[in-house]
Design a protein around this ligand. Structure first.
Ligand code: IPD
Length: 256
């Protein structure tokens, strides 16, 4: 295994290059917005070009590594090393000209995430972590919040793309939470949500129906900042809770 920081630097380089593509097309007429699973699930030229760039760089530098990426699925390779990539997390925001979007790149070694990078190009926020090395925002160490009282918490969530057809669409949880906390936010990028728990900007984030590529990097960043990460349901669909330890006892009973 190389020095873990070499992988980190490589992931940062790819995230920044993808971020340049995203900024160059942002709020332009060249987005080529198309839909995927439904009319609510969109993909843009920036998603495709960012993913193509990241995959080609991984293949050229680490030809034997496997890759799981949002738009192209699995690229087979050695099981030992796997890159988990969301080239543009927050595509709905991006396609609307809203600045909350990010590149999320994680590296797993034998199934365990060892590097996490989330870069929000428009906000110029780079979140990074390597396992056991702490979490950072633009090079400065971050820690999660320390608020035990619900009434002082600001929390984030999201709703699944199939929310109109699937009654298990998180609205019951939102209804249960909304009047008990200071504020609830739907930022539109799960990767940024998890990093904002890491930085103490949110006390908790939860969502169901997300994918590994949405949260693989953010989970490590949150853990390294002292947060708790829980897959809170025993089902194939991912139900994710990222929470500061001080918020957990009061917040956890509110969601199911
Ligand atoms: C989406 C965002 C959003 C979350 C969705 C994700 P995408 O990722 O993270 O915040 O609510 O569940 O799918 O599709 O923009 O990469």
């Amino acid at each position: 295994m190389k020095n873990i920081n070499e992988y980190l630097d490589f992931a940062i380089k790819m995230a920044k290059e993808a971020g340049e593509i995203q900024k160059s097309l942002f709020r332009s007429n060249s987005l080529s917005i198309t839909t995927k699973s439904s009319l609510t699930d969109v993909v843009t030229e920036a998603d495709k070009r960012s993913e193509a760039l990241i995959i080609s760089e991984i293949k050229s530098r680490f030809p034997h590594h496997s890759i799981l990426a949002e738009e192209s699925g699995i690229t087979e390779g050695e099981k030992e090393w796997q890159w988990v990539v969301d080239p543009l997390d927050g595509t709905t925001n991006y396609s609307q000209g809203l600045p909350v979007f990010s590149v999320s790149i994680a590296l797993r070694h034998n199934g365990e995430t060892v590097v996490g990078v989330v870069f929000a190009p428009y906000l110029d926020e780079l979140f990074t972590a390597v396992k056991g090395g702490g979490a950072f925002l633009n090079g400065t160490p971050i820690r999660c919040a320390k608020k035990p009282e619900l009434a002082r918490m600001v929390v984030a969530t999201g709703m699944p793309y199939d929310r109109a057809e699937n009654p298990d669409n998180n609205l019951d949880n939102i209804e249960n939470v909304v009047n008990r906390v200071r504020g609830i936010r739907r930022m539109g990028s799960a990767a940024i949500d998890t990093c904002y728990v890491a930085a103490g900007y949110f006390d908790a984030y939860w969502e169901m129906g997300i994918h590994e590529w949405d949260v693989a990097a953010g989970e490590l960043i949150a853990l390294e900042a002292g947060a708790l990460v829980e897959r809170f349901r025993d089902e194939e669909r991912i139900a994710e809770l990222v929470c500061s330890p001080d918020a957990y006892d009061a917040f956890r009973p509110l969601i199911k």
